[in-house]
Design a protein around this ligand. Structure first.
Ligand SMILES: Cc1cc2nc3c(=O)[nH]c(=O)nc-3n(C[C@H](O)[C@H](O)[C@H](O)COP(=O)(O)OP(=O)(O)OC[C@H]3O[C@@H](n4cnc5c(N)ncnc54)[C@H](O)[C@@H]3O)c2cc1C
Length: 490
């Protein structure tokens, strides 16, 4: 039930001239106390909700919200809601539905294509809903704005873990579930989103719904990897299991892609390792080489037998590096690397990003072609290459190639000396690589900077396009959240 209050009540309750207390229907803008007092009451919405959280309109905050990790697209919203309660989000969604206001949802803003922005609309910043509670032996409940590192910092000290976490643990939980989420354990467990037991979602029609495999199951399956198209995830719960005592990391170097992919396939089939990831990097002569990182959980006093685990693999002998980490250090392994990039000021440069899912039989040729047209100097982000089993990726709206196995190939560039021409050129190259991969049955992992219109989204969803439209009509009839993705026209 929405709490409603009169204009006068609202002003008296909140006070302060810069606080938002209304909405001007003529200009579609958010109004302060003085706006309300100085204009005819008829121009203001008479059902403006009371929010327990903050409505923010200062220029610095709006400018920050018009940015993301891509640093390529900028769309300025008119207000940011930092919700204090789920009811705040319900109030905003219901209000936005009534007055045709575009709403975007933001976690940590590591998007690269403006997905967390809302031209002239509202950004709901989930960072204010980040409580991790209810850690028991079996499960943990977290609000969607929490980062993985926050969640894992609560469970790991109790020796409890999730089956899979994303590689980069500074992402928010809600957004990772919305995009699917890939990590070193995906070869066994598929998407991060596959491993959820319950979700609480505020659907586009402004209703809070709990869903699981047994309750509102269609909504549940649609939200996992569903790009937030039907609503906003506010809470998620995960099953937990005991952590390993330690993790042994094997770093193996390959001088050619064919051996790298052959070994990756073999390791995927064997299922002996608990983590598999890796990719391409430039060697000292400026050529590409390939580095695989394998993780094996073990208990202290019972270390794995390295020779047995590595037997038959075709890496360059003598270049392997083996080290043991605590389980938490393993989960947080990217932080030193990302800190280096921040120090080098690469974090704030434009990042055209091409994340692809390629059919395994075509991957070698497609990756070789993509890397041949990519001077290693153009890439300061990681180039990721890892093979996966299609069966492990069962999320309804997360599209993967038709073959039994596919390869995640992610080429993230940092545009140093970022002139508009250079950003445009590298974004175009990214787009060309994507187009080439589509012709071979590849898909994008939709977190990159690949421009994609409704026609291409239709191809992305393929046979599920009409189901998506049906569900949109049911849960989000005004096509409210996620305006910048352009999946369905508003
Ligand atoms: C440095 C870096 C490392 C990365 N590492 C990984 C990785 O290890 N694994 C991986 O899979 N991906 C990775 N990504 C891609 C990443 O998954 C997505 O960009 C991710 O979702 C971003 O997290 P975020 O909290 O910053 O989300 P945001 O950028 O804030 O949001 C991402 C999308 O989710 C939507 N969204 C946000 N919150 C919610 C919510 N509560 N309900 C519904 N929709 C919501 C947003 O509207 C947006 O469309 C990485 C990206 C970067 C830049």
């Amino acid at each position: 039930m929405i709490k409603k209050s009169s204009r006068k009540d609202c002003i008296e309750r909140i006070g302060g001239d810069s606080l938002i207390v209304g909405f001007n229907l003529q200009t579609q803008s958010w109004a302060t106390e003085s706006d309300l007092l100085n204009s005819s009451p008829d121009v203001f919405a008479n059902n403006f909700p009371v929010f327990d959280g903050e409505l923010i309109t200062d220029e610095i905050s709006l400018s920050e919200a018009a940015n993301d990790f891509g640093h390529i697209h900028r769309n300025a919203s008119r207000v940011i809601l930092k919700p204090a309660t789920y009811q705040d989000i319900i109030n905003m969604i219901q209000f936005a539905n009534q007055h045709n206001v575009a709403v975007a949802v933001k976690g940590q803003g590591y998007s690269t294509y403006g997905e967390t922005q809302s031209q002239s609309g509202v950004v709901i910043d989930m960072v204010s809903l980040a409580d991790v509670s209810d850690v028991s032996n079996q499960h943990v409940v977290t609000q969607a704005g929490a980062r993985w590192i926050d969640l894992l910092s609560k469970t790991v000290p109790h020796n409890l873990r999730l089956p899979i976490a994303p590689d980069f643990v500074n992402l928010s939980v809600g957004s990772t579930v919305a995009v699917g989420g890939l990590g070193a354990q995906s070869h066994k467990h598929g998407c991060v989103a596959n491993n959820i037991s319950h979700l609480k979602v505020i659907t586009g029609d402004g209703r809070l719904r709990t869903c699981s495999a047994h309750q509102n199951s269609m909504l549940f399956h649609s939200m996992k990897g569903g790009l937030g198209q039907l609503g906003i995830i506010v809470e998620a719960s995960f099953e937990l299991s005991p952590t390993p005592g330690q993790v042994r990391i094997y770093q193996l170097v390959y001088d050619d892609l064919a051996h790298y992919l052959d070994d990756n396939q073999r390791l995927l089939d064997q299922g002996i390792f608990d983590g598999i990831q890796g990719g391409a990097e430039s060697d000292s002569t400026g050529n590409w080489r390939y580095v695989m990182q394998l993780a094996k959980y073990f208990e202290p006093g019972l270390p794995p037998v390295d020779a047995e685990l590595l037997d038959g693999l075709n890496f360059v002998l003598g270049e392997e590096v083996i080290q043991d980490l605590t389980y938490f250090a393993f989960l947080n392994r990217l932080t030193p690397f990302t800190e280096q990039l921040k120090v080098a000021e690469h974090w704030t440069l434009p990042h055209p990003w091409c994340p692809l899912l390629l059919p395994a039989s075509k991957a070698q040729v497609l990756i070789q072609d993509a890397l041949a047209s990519t001077p290693p100097n153009d890439v300061t982000g990681p180039v990721l290459i890892s093979m996966h089993q299609r069966d492990a990726f069962s999320s309804l709206f997360f599209s993967v190639p038709e073959e039994e196995k596919f390869v995640y190939f992610s080429l993230i560039r940092t545009v140093t000396s970022p002139t508009p021409e250079r950003v445009e050129k590298l974004t175009q190259t990214t787009s060309n690589i994507y187009t080439g991969s589509r012709a071979s049955g590849g898909f994008q992992y939709p977190v990159g900077t690949i421009p994609i219109n409704t026609r291409n989204w239709k191809k992305y969803y393929h046979k599920k396009w009409f189901l998506l439209k049906l569900l949109k009509n049911w849960f989000d009839p005004n096509n409210l959240p996620g305006p910048m993705r352009g999946i369905l026209k508003r």
